[in-house]
Design a binder for this molecule. Structure first.
Ligand SMILES: [Zn+2]
Length: 396
């Protein structure tokens, strides 16, 4: 039965809940009515299992009226109210529980945890923070208050505190937190960079890179810092590292790479970089960069050949078709027949409303790059979309 309770009430923390239930069952036994509570509970929980939240709520409200002393009934009720968005009622229930003079410690810990969650849901982050800190001072035996406290610091952009709390969470949960902490150091670096404190930004960026060797963002920050210091070779080193960490970020680094090689006055090095990138990346933006480079170097037939090859593979993008059309127009004294322009314009419209970024974890799509997904709150899960349009059916 306990397994079922866990399924139904994922919000309840282990120690408080189990302790509350055991102690209440003992009380009922002493009243000579051992099965009263468990039978009624099973009924109430069955409603929850069948997703009949309204009925469950009605049922638990009745239970509280019959037996106002039972702590866990109040806990279930409070949690139900919160899940339905009735946060004020949830808060009242949990506050009343905590105010009981003889409340046992496990119950108090559970009620405080629930109250903190109520405050979070109500957006009262200061109050939630106070409650979770009280819980930690009381000696809560679970890692949950630390993880919730960290969520608050993240929401408030208090990155030093988020780092500290992550370490505390790690000690309790035994789950390594370096990857997330690395992101928090990136946040600190970003803040310093904005205020032109480049040296401090570099220190944070390096710390982030040391905690998570695959952290693309740390490499991008260090590249930004190097560009700020006009050290373009160093910037290119960091950007090249991105290609090893996660080649999917090629479209993100491309403008920076172009700028760095332009600053260094070495376009041939850009060509080498683009050829090197082919080993790990084959998105359309790479082909576009290569053909643009060829066009600029007046290697028109090379560019046309590359595009011809791509189209032969039945891959295309509206942008590349436009690029191809402009190459064709060079053969026709810079102009193309009117109907062909219409086709090209229609192709261009196809690509206009497309999102540029997508979350690997939840599929959220956006026009700009987020390091924490606004939808699933995962860190470093959003990546640039740079996909070919392909005639799948013909290829399969
Ligand atoms: Zn997401």
């Amino acid at each position: 039965m306990m397994d079922l309770i866990w399924l139904l009430l994922p919000v309840a923390a282990a120690s408080g809940w189990v302790a509350a239930k055991n102690s209440s069952l003992k009380k009922n036994k002493s009243r000579g009515n051992p099965s009263f509570l468990s039978e009624r509970y099973i009924r109430g929980l069955n409603y929850l299992l069948n997703e009949q939240q309204d009925k469950a709520l009605e049922f638990f409200v009745e239970m509280v009226e019959v037996d106002s002393e039972t702590v866990e009934t109040h806990l279930v009720l409070g949690s139900l109210f919160r899940r339905r968005g009735e946060v004020d009622r949830a808060i009242r229930i949990h506050q009343n529980l905590i105010a009981r003079p003889n409340l046992e410690r496990p119950h108090k810990i559970q009620a405080l945890l629930e109250l903190g969650k109520d405050y979070m849901k109500a957006g009262l982050l200061d109050r939630a923070e106070g409650v979770f800190n009280e819980l930690i001072n009381l000696g809560s035996e679970t890692s949950e208050p630390y993880s919730l406290l960290r969520d608050i610091y993240v929401q408030e952009s208090e990155w030093e505190r988020a780092i500290e709390t992550s370490r505390q969470f790690e000690r309790f949960s035994k789950e390594p937190q370096d990857v997330m902490i690395s992101q928090f150091y990136c946040e600190l670096a970003k803040k310093e960079l904005k205020q032109s404190n480049t040296a401090q930004a570099i220190a944070y960026g390096k710390k982030a890179a040391s905690l998570d060797k695959s952290n693309v963002r740390a490499s991008l920050i260090l590249a930004d810092c190097a560009r700020e210091q006009e050290d373009y070779k160093k910037a290119i080193q960091s950007l090249s590292l991105v290609m090893q960490q996660d080649p999917q970020f090629f479209p993100v680094i491309l403008p920076m790479v172009k700028d760095c090689f332009a600053q260094l006055g070495s376009p041939e090095e850009l060509a080498k970089f683009l050829i090197q990138a082919e080993k790990s990346y084959d998105g359309p933006s790479l082909i576009r960069a290569q053909t643009d480079f060829m066009i600029q170097a007046n290697r028109i037939s090379d560019a046309r050949e590359v595009l011809n090859e791509i189209f032969t593979e039945k891959k295309f993008t509206p942008e590349l078709i436009q690029s191809y059309a402009s190459l064709l127009s060079l053969d026709h004294s810079g102009s193309l027949p009117e109907p062909l322009f219409k086709v090209i314009d229609t192709m261009a419209e196809l690509g206009e409303d497309e999102f540029s970024y997508r979350c690997r974890q939840c599929g959220f799509e956006a026009m700009s790059l987020f390091w924490q997904c606004p939808s699933c709150h995962g860190w470093n899960t959003v990546y640039p979309i740079d996909e070919w349009m392909i005639h799948h059916r013909e290829l399969q």
